[in-house]
Design a protein around this ligand. Structure first.
Ligand SMILES: [Zn+2]
Length: 361
C-alpha cells in the first residue's frame, strides 16, 4: 500500500526538494541511506546515525542470518535492531548479480554464502521476507544484468523484471509498507522507456532506476538517468540504487533523483580514506603524522570536534578497530551533511553554485 505522502517544496532546474512523510515520520530529499547489510553498519553502532532518516537493509542476508524465525519474534526488523526511524529493504535482485547463482524465468537459484546450500528466491519469497522484515519501503525482485550486455539480453531482463513486478504487485498486501518498481534496460533508451512504462503501468509507490553503479561511465549514467526520469511520475520518489559518492550523487540530483544508498562512505573509512567535500584523502599518508587539525576543518561531526588528524592516523595504523568507528562516523556525517546543504541550495535556487563549490573547493 502507498504509505508515502510526497510534496515537492522546491525545484531548481530538474533538481528538487520533497517533503516526504512515511508512517508518521517526515524527512526531506535528496537523501542518502547508509547500508546496514545485516542490520548493522560495519564498525559503527546505529545509534550514532543522528542525521539518518532512512536505513537500508538487505533481504538476502537477513533471510539467511539471523533468519525469519528470529525476526518474527520481534515483529520485524525495527524492533530487532532497535531502529525507530525508517527502513528500506532491497529485494535480493542485486545479490542475483553479485553472488554466483542460476538465473531462471521464475526466480533466482542462489547459493547460500554461509554453508553452500541452495535456495530459490522468487518474487513471492522476496515479498514474504520483506513483509516479515516489515520495512517501510520494499523493492520488487528484479533481473539485473551487466550494463554492457547486448540488446537481446537487456530485453529479456526487462521482460522478466516486468513479470516479477506484476507478481509482486498483485501479491503484496502489507498496508504499512510501500512497494517500489525497478527500471532496467542497460544503455538502450528504447528499453529504458519500455521498462519505465511497464513499471508506471503497475502504479508503484516509487521507482528505482536500476542496473547503475556497476561499471558504466558517469556520462553513460547521466544519459540513462536524464532520459528515464522524464518518463517517471513527478509525485513519486525516484531512487538510484548502489550509488553514494558525492560527485555521482550531485550529478544525479541535478537530474531529479531523490534517494541514494551505498556502502561507499563506510568502506572508504575502513581503508583510511577521509571524505572532504567532493574529494577524499588517505589518512595513512605520512604528511598527516603531526597535524593537530581535525580531519576536515569546518566539519561539525563528533570526531572532528574532538580529535586531530595525527591521533586518528595513529589509531588507524595501530588501533584499527577504534579508528574504523571514528572514520566511518565522519564519512557518513560528511555525506549526509553535504546532502542537507544540497537541499538548502535547491531551496535557495543555488544548486549549480553549490555543486561547483563542493566539487572544486
Ligand atoms: Zn568530521
Amino acid at each position: 500500500m502507498n504509505n508515502i505522502n510526497l510534496k515537492t517544496i522546491a525545484n531548481d532546474g530538474k533538481a528538487r526538494v520533497n517533503e516526504v512523510k512515511i508512517n508518521g515520520k517526515t524527512f526531506q530529499t535528496p537523501s542518502f541511506m547508509p547500508v546496514a547489510t545485516r542490520g548493522a553498519i560495519k564498525s559503527l553502532p546505529l545509534d550514532y546515525l543522528k542525521k539518518t532518516d532512512v536505513l537500508l537493509a538487505n533481504t538476502y542476508h537477513l533471510f539467511l542470518r539471523p533468519g525469519l524465525e528470529v525476526i518474527k519474534e520481534f515483529d520485524g526488523l525495527h524492533n530487532f535492531i532497535g531502529w525507530n526511524k525508517l527502513i528500506l529493504t532491497d529485494s535480493g535482485g542485486f545479490q542475483g548479480w553479485s553472488i554466483p547463482n542460476k538465473f531462471k524465468e521464475d526466480g533466482i537459484e542462489f547459493k547460500n554464502i554461509y554453508d553452500g546450500s541452495k535456495f530459490f528466491m522468487d518474487p513471492i519469497l522476496s515479498m514474504d521476507i520483506q513483509n516479515i522484515l516489515n520495512s517501510d519501503i520494499a523493492m520488487i525482485l528484479d533481473s539485473l544484468v551487466d550494463i554492457d550486455k547486448d540488446y537481446d539480453t537487456q530485453l529479456q531482463s526487462i521482460n522478466i523484471t516486468k513479470k516479477w513486478a506484476e507478481t509482486a504487485r498483485n501479491y503484496h498486501s502489507n498496508d504499512t509498507q510501500s512497494l517500489f518498481g525497478i527500471v532496467q534496460g542497460g544503455k538502450f533508451n528504447e528499453l529504458r522507456e519500455k521498462s519505465a512504462l511497464d513499471m508506471v503501468s503497475l502504479n508503484f509507490d516509487g521507482y528505482a532506476i536500476g542496473g547503475l553503479a556497476i561499471g558504466e561511465t558517469p556520462t553513460e549514467r547521466k544519459n540513462i538517468v536524464d532520459f528515464t526520469v522524464d518518463i517517471l511520475p513527478n509525485d513519486k520518489l525516484r531512487y538510484v540504487m548502489g550509488l553514494g559518492d558525492i560527485e555521482g550523487m550531485l550529478d544525479l540530483i541535478e537530474l531529479g533523483i531523490d534517494i541514494f544508498d551505498c556502502v561507499w562512505p563506510a568502506r572508504l573509512a575502513r581503508h583510511g580514506k577521509i571524505i572532504n567535500k567532493g574529494n577524499f584523502f588517505n589518512l595513512k599518508n605520512s604528511q598527516f603524522k603531526n597535524i593537530t587539525e581535525p580531519l576536515v576543518v569546518d566539519c561539525k561531526c563528533y570526531v572532528c570536534n574532538n580529535f586531530s588528524k595525527a591521533y586518528l592516523r595513529h589509531l588507524l595504523i595501530n588501533e584499527s578497530t577504534s579508528s574504523w568507528f571514528y572514520l566511518t562516523l565522519h564519512n557518513i556525517y560528511q555525506t549526509e551533511n553535504i546532502l542537507s546543504e544540497v537541499r538548502k541550495s535547491i531551496l535557495n535556487s543555488e544548486f549549480e553554485n553549490y555543486k561547483g563549490s563542493i566539487l572544486n573547493g
